[in-house]
Design a binder for this molecule. Structure first.
Ligand SMILES: Cc1cc2nc3c(=O)[nH]c(=O)nc-3n(C[C@H](O)[C@H](O)[C@H](O)COP(=O)(O)OP(=O)(O)OC[C@H]3O[C@@H](n4cnc5c(N)ncnc54)[C@H](O)[C@@H]3O)c2cc1C
Length: 351
């Protein structure tokens, strides 16, 4: 039986391990940390419509049924009861995918990408082949920083909405996500970590939703790959998930894209398909490419133009972007009464 080594136990690695193991392959997952999912993450999966893997109830911290979105101070979208999304118990979800499928999980075993080795049972072991699912450190394209913290807030008790504030200054956004009895608040964009921490503190002090809230954890940060997909293999080792740029560049959503890429890689191995070809033909890959093109255009505009464009988009277009669908048909339909905007956006979206 062929054996597969997977580097990284995030959504991409865990999903690939799950499908390969379920299909009778022997899989070892090497994870650098002692625990899974310790990287800061908003845990939001805004839509599970096209997720080819089931998230069981015990791995859901909270269900999400709506989105409120602002461009600077203008509300551009406020919809409830229109989607099925989750705030994930990422650690348990990932661990259960790996363990329950029969894969072997080796924690505290970092892959050395120069020497191609890992530590297993106290010994150094060279890996002749591996699937790289190690997340943003392995990604070579553009990355931005993001920081987040947890607060307690009376105002938002029982909220099931994702609240997003796009900031045209930093070309990024603040998020307020419900997390059971607590709230996640974060910001990501084109600023360094120090500046983002200052911005986040200011946001928590001044935001209406967060009145009388108090921070209950320190601010932690990580990077997000926003440069689009990159299928070039390093040393002939295939890459999946954020390592290969499976993140929606406008929203920073990476869990669902990474899960999808891991599943597709495993299916390609099982069926003998060409991995790069299959990954490049995924619907999510197309959405990532479109969002990347729009991000590039929006980034190159001056702030007032950026603000004008984003605040004039109808709510349906914002919803499509927030959920990462990016269906041209839906966007054209939503912009039927604004052919000028439709033309602009189509130009940005390219072929
Ligand atoms: C602050 C912040 C908030 C975010 N919020 C959201 C959100 O709400 N929703 C969403 O969808 N996405 C969000 N993202 C993005 C999301 O976290 C990632 O895109 C997603 O987890 C990527 O999955 P992955 O499996 O590719 O990589 P990761 O989840 O990064 O997993 C990679 C794993 O590999 C391990 N690893 C790394 N190097 C090595 C090595 N050398 N050897 C062995 N193991 C290694 C890591 O420890 C890690 O466990 C957020 C990101 C940040 C930074």
């Amino acid at each position: 039986m062929q054996e597969y080594n997977i580097i990284g136990s995030g959504p991409a690695g865990a999903a690939a391990a799950y499908v390969l193991s379920k299909n009778g392959y022997k899989v070892k997952v090497y994870e650098a940390n002692k625990r899974l999912a310790i990287k800061p993450c908003g845990l939001g999966v805004p839509s599970v419509k096209d997720l080819p893997i089931k998230i069981s109830k015990q791995n859901i911290i909270q269900t999400i049924n709506g989105v409120t979105m602002y461009v600077d101070d203008t509300m551009v979208l406020d919809k409830e009861n229109f989607l099925e999304g989750y705030i994930l118990d990422k650690e348990n979800f990932l661990e259960s995918l790996i363990i329950e499928s029969g894969s072997e999980l080796i924690k505290n075993s970092g892959f050395n990408s120069l020497k191609h080795n890992v530590r297993e049972n106290g010994n150094i072991k060279e890996l002749k082949s591996a699937i790289i699912a190690g997340g943003f450190p392995f990604y070579k394209g553009e990355k931005i920083d993001a920081v987040q913290t947890i607060v307690k807030s009376k105002n938002l008790e029982g909220s099931k909405k994702l609240i997003i504030f796009f900031d045209t200054d930093i070309v990024g956004y603040y998020w307020i996500f419900p997390l059971g009895d607590e709230i996640e608040v974060g910001v990501g964009g084109y600023r360094n970590v120090e500046e983002l921490i200052k911005l986040l503190n200011k946001f928590i002090d001044n935001n209406e939703y967060l009145k009388e809230s108090r921070m209950i954890s320190s601010i932690k940060g990580a990077q997000i790959a926003v440069g689009g997909v990159d299928f070039e293999f390093d040393y002939n080792f295939p890459k999946i998930g954020e390592a290969a740029g499976f993140v929606l560049p406008l929203t920073g959503e990476g869990i669902r894209p990474s899960l999808i890429s891991g599943i597709e890689l495993a299916n390609s191995i099982i069926n003998g398909y060409d991995i790069k070809d299959r990954l490049s033909k995924l619907k999510i890959t197309n959405s990532i490419k479109i969002q990347r093109k729009i991000l590039e255009r929006v980034k190159s505009m001056d702030r007032s133009k950026r603000k004008e464009l984003l605040s004039s988009m109808p709510a349906e277009v914002h919803a499509e972007v927030a959920l990462g669908g990016m269906s041209k048909f839906k966007i054209i339909k939503a912009l039927a009464s604004r052919p000028d905007l439709a033309l602009k956006l189509m130009n940005y979206m390219g072929d």
